[in-house]
Design a protein around this ligand. Structure first.
Ligand code: PLP
Length: 394
């Protein structure tokens, strides 16, 4: 039997987040959904805006061949136009539809970009703690994932540590702000410092180091600036999806933007198209490309997440837990009550609480509590969080 051992290994060992979510679903079936507090998956409980349904209803009136047919590989011109117009309105830019490649969500966007820029022996730096799939996507692009720990006091980028990790093989640094798993938002000054370092290192090594900005949580920020990264660093490529902002994770729709300000734009655009072609990531779901035309500027229901965040942070702080105040996304990064986050998770699990241990994100001693759940789940989970605390402080 011929098999790709790397693919086998990825398929045979599920991501630990998905394993916890699967356990949560099974446990809910056993003891009732209201008795399990599953904070594992980043699956929004907030419904998609009504405008999405209206747009789908309208699309269904189109002739079937128009509705279900192939679109261009990089997406419908009208959908890319809607996205570039929206970006230009919001960020004062001059992007064109040709700067965009529509994808099946951020996962595909990241894979496409990595395959567009990486060659064997290349290194891509990620800021730990980080979304674990980055490692899989980087490895698949035949590059090496180099983890650089964030500043563990602020969870901002430790720019000096990034500078020390850059070698002649570094092709890109990947960032994600608002951040999964920490909920931090990188400050303008932090990103400016990173940009300065990347410019200096690009010059030192004689080739550009790309900044890949993965931004599925851009719209979910609580009264804090989320700087537009291409304004700060020319060699930026942006990955985006509507999984979180419009609550459409199952529909698989997002994009890659190669800004027209990127000096390598004219070679990167065909490389992105070629990477999409190589991987068969062409022609993103046509129905949801049409939804973008109507809904690209629909506001994210940030109030629902802000309410959850308030209930969770106030409840946990009152008990005594130590956590990083979330500035964005819908995750809370909380210190485990013992050094081994997995052991802490097992004790939480026994009380039907399901956060994700931080080892999954390349960092020890914390858990991620995803609060994109219902408000009731958060409120009703508080006695269990109290019992967990008490079990350590008896
Ligand atoms: N990047 C980050 C940081 C994420 O948290 C996720 C999903 O949770 C993704 C990428 C993948 O998003 P998508 O569902 O759009 O593929």
């Amino acid at each position: 039997m011929s098999i790709n051992e790397q693919s086998y290994a990825y398929g045979a060992s599920k991501s630990s987040i998905r394993e916890i979510a699967a356990y949560g679903a099974a446990r809910k079936a056993q003891i009732g959904a209201e008795s399990v507090y599953d904070f594992s998956l980043g699956n929004p409980s907030v419904p998609a805006p009504d405008a999405v349904r209206d747009s789908i209803a309208h699309a269904l009136t189109l002739p079937a061949t128009a509705l279900h047919g192939y679109t261009p590989a990089n997406g419908l011109p009208a959908a890319r136009q809607a996205v570039s117009d929206s970006l230009n309105r919001r960020f004062g830019t001059t992007y064109s539809p040709d700067d965009l490649y529509l994808t099946c969500g951020a996962a595909a966007s990241i894979s496409i970009v990595l395959n567009a820029v990486c060659n064997p022996k290349d290194e891509v730096i990620v800021i730990a703690p980080y979304f674990p799939e980055y490692n899989v996507f980087i490895t698949n692009a035949s590059a090496t994932c180099v983890e650089v720990m964030a500043d563990l006091d602020t969870f901002q980028i430790d720019v000096e540590a990034v500078a020390s990790a850059i070698t002649t093989n570094t092709v890109a640094v990947m960032i994600d702000s608002p951040n999964n798993p920490v909920g931090s938002v990188y400050a303008r000054s932090n990103l400016e410092a990173l940009a300065k370092t990347l410019r200096a290192k690009s010059e030192q090594f004689g080739h550009p180091i790309y900044l890949i900005s993965d931004e599925p949580y851009r719209e979910i920020a609580y009264d804090v600036e989320v700087p537009w990264v291409p304004d700060l660093y020319d060699h930026t490529i942006v990955c985006y999806s509507y999984s979180k902002s419009l609550s459409l994770p199952g529909e698989r729709i997002g994009w890659v933007l190669v800004p027209n300000t990127n000096p390598d734009h004219d070679r990167l655009i065909p490389a992105v198209a070629g990477a999409g072609r190589k991987m068969g990531f062409v022609c993103a779901p046509a129905l949801f490309q049409r939804v973008l035309i109507d809904c690209v500027d629909e506001p994210t229901n940030i109030e629902a997440y802000a309410r959850n965040r308030k209930a969770l942070t106030e409840g946990l702080a009152k008990i005594g837990y130590d956590f990083i105040e979330p500035q964005g996304a819908f995750y809370l990064w909380m210190r485990a009550l013992e050094p081994d986050a997995n052991a802490f998770f097992e004790k939480a699990k026994a009380l039907e609480l399901l956060p994700v241990p931080s080892d999954s994100f390349g960092c020890k001693g914390w858990v991620r509590v995803g609060y994109c759940v219902s408000y009731e789940t958060i409120v009703n989970s508080m006695p269990a969080w109290q019992a967990l605390w008490d079990s350590y402080h008896a």
